[in-house]
Design a protein. Structure first.
Length: 570
């Protein structure tokens, strides 16, 4: 009786239904699964409480004392945390989900939902974009047989998927559909065409519009163009998400641009992988936090997310000044091969301030400690695979040239495909950002696997370890976060931002995305030297009520769903 009274009081405090407590006859039939004896951390930030969870038809059907309730299966979670499935606020799995739909690197972290579409999205597509991006499709052995989000979503639903997935429509993709890769401004007619593409994507189920403003041709877009596209997404209840124009010297000004877009387009703003990038910006996170707090105080709905590592991951070509990208990768490679153009690129890399085209840009070359801070991660040219896992300084020594020539020659040999990890952040900045109440978590990596085609890559360890690493390092070891607060950042906070009203909290009627783990054992294994290692400690991971991890092992089941935005029209 004492136990049930305590459970009743705790559930009342959490605002949950108590009609099912104690009387299993009130459950209206048997359950598919009952999770017994767990410490429930419901996602809201509230402390844990003791109760059982009954799952039926993919939903949470009851929370209470269900020990005597009939069930097809019962899971004993004594001593374990039972929490909502984790939501990755920026994954990159739209293509790798076609290679291995189980997405092992995601589910072993407890990720049950991914949001993707960073500036360049999986749709819309046309033949010109497919031709320009052929190396990426060929690298993954994918035939892009879709052109719209509706067609793409139909494809992944037909094949099955290990997690839930939602996507933004990328402003870069929209721009490329109408303007190609050239550095031009849209005419009024062309801007209307771009807005129509955003509208169609929202009707197909996109959750908003996104930008990735450091990667060409995205930097060519002026703020007014972005406001127009964001305003179109806002009409359908969408969100504006951004990899900002600068994460380094101009990070504060970039926050101002993002919040201006939010204010003028009347749309919520989500800043992806917030950071203070580059040595000259270390210690700037207090100013970044203050700038976001000030925007929120002025009624601009802005929040952010982080992967909480001190190295970022991007395309190697991002080190090259924007003018050299005009016209796409083919033109970039031609310029890298031209001695005069390469000399101009070298001059820009070794100078501060504006580039030789008179434009401000984030000169990452100036912000890294040296070429040893760049790790070659993913290449598509088979001849270059031995370089994966080596530093740029190692490549330069191997090729008997300086680091800038090694950078340029590697891009030529790899058709500008190369991806790299860059060590350029300071740990105190990372921790301060992580602690903010509006900061959720992103993986910022495609779902991958330590076996099969995807195992040939050398990703950032965050691909396998982001969420368990936060639980190990920042909760268990360093006590920078309390466990309920970390779980809130993984679940209810991102669900609230993405308007996922039926996910992110353990509550009767919600979809049963559930994780069960021992908080003393959950651990990331991936390292920069050996990244293809699955995290350990997830005993059970349920997606829509179906175990994809069971007794710590992958089941191979594919119960995930496409999560469409509020503008979706059937």
């Amino acid at each position: 009786m004492w136990k049930k009274s305590v459970q009743l009081a705790l559930l009342c405090a959490a605002g949950m239904s108590i009609s099912l407590l104690g009387q299993t006859g009130a459950t209206n039939g048997s359950f598919d699964i009952v999770i017994l004896h767990g410490h429930i951390i419901d996602g809201t930030g509230s402390p844990w409480y003791s109760a059982d969870i009954g799952i039926r038809d993919g939903h949470i059907a009851a929370i209470g004392d269900l020990a005597s309730a009939p069930a097809t299966r019962k899971i004993d979670a004594v001593g374990k945390v039972v929490a909502p499935g984790f939501i990755d606020m920026l994954g990159q799995s739209e293509l790798t989900i076609l290679v291995d739909p189980r997405l092992p690197s995601k589910i072993y972290q407890g990720i049950t939902t991914e949001i993707t579409g960073e500036g360049g999205s999986v749709a819309p597509l046309n033949d010109s974009i497919i031709a320009a991006d052929r190396a990426g499709y060929d690298h993954l052995h994918i035939t892009p047989d879709w052109r719209t989000f509706r067609q793409y979503f139909a494809r992944i639903e037909k094949q099955g998927m290990g997690i839930n997935l939602a996507s933004y429509v990328g402003a870069t993709s929209v721009r490329r559909m109408v303007l190609g890769d050239a550095k031009v401004d849209p005419t009024p007619v062309q801007l209307d065409q771009m807005k129509t593409l955003v509208d169609h994507a929202m009707r197909d189920g996109a959750v908003g519009v996104s930008t990735s403003l450091q990667y060409s041709p995205a930097p060519y877009a002026k703020t007014e163009e972005l406001i127009a596209l964001a305003r179109e997404a806002s009409k359908s209840g969408g969100i504006y998400a951004t990899h900002m124009r600068s994460e380094g010297d101009a990070v504060l000004e970039s926050i101002d641009e993002a919040t201006r877009i939010g204010r003028e387009a009347h749309i919520p703003v989500e800043i992806w992988h917030l950071k203070a990038a580059g040595k000259s910006n270390w210690g700037k996170m207090p100013q970044i936090v203050s700038r976001i707090d000030a925007a929120r105080a002025s009624d601009i709905d802005v929040s952010a997310n982080t992967y909480a590592y001190t190295a970022w991951f991007n395309t190697f070509s991002a080190f090259i000044p924007p003018w050299a990208h005009d016209g796409g990768d083919a033109q970039l490679i031609a310029r890298l091969k031209d001695p005069a153009q390469r000399a101009r690129i070298r001059k820009d890399l070794t100078s501060t301030g504006e580039d030789s085209a008179g434009e401000d840009w984030d000169n990452e070359w100036q912000e890294i400690p040296g070429p040893e801070a760049i790790l070659i991660a993913v290449v598509q040219n088979p001849e270059l695979v031995p370089l994966q896992g080596k530093r740029l300084s190692d490549v330069a020594a191997l090729w008997h040239e300086d680091a800038i020539d090694a950078l340029c020659d590697l891009l030529i040999k790899d058709k500008a495909f190369t991806e790299v990890a860059v060590f350029g952040m300071d740990e105190p900045d990372v921790v301060l950002g992580l602690k903010q109440p509006w900061m959720s978590i992103d993986n910022d990596s495609q779902g991958t696997s330590p076996e099969g085609l995807l195992a040939s890559e050398h990703p950032h360890p965050r691909a396998y370890g982001t969420f368990p690493r936060i639980l190990r390092k920042y909760v268990r070891e360093e006590h920078a976060l309390a466990l309920p607060d970390a779980i809130r950042k993984f679940t209810a906070l991102p669900a609230q931002r993405m308007r996922l009203t039926d996910r992110g909290v353990l509550k009767q009627g919600m979809w049963a995305d559930v994780v069960v783990f021992d908080p003393d054992k959950i651990t990331d294994k991936a390292t920069f030297e050996n990244p293809n290692q699955l995290s350990v400690g997830m005993d059970y991971v349920l997606v829509n009520g179906v175990p994809v991890i069971e007794d710590g092992k992958m089941t191979g089941k594919l119960p995930g769903k496409v999560l469409r935005g509020p503008g979706y029209v059937q």
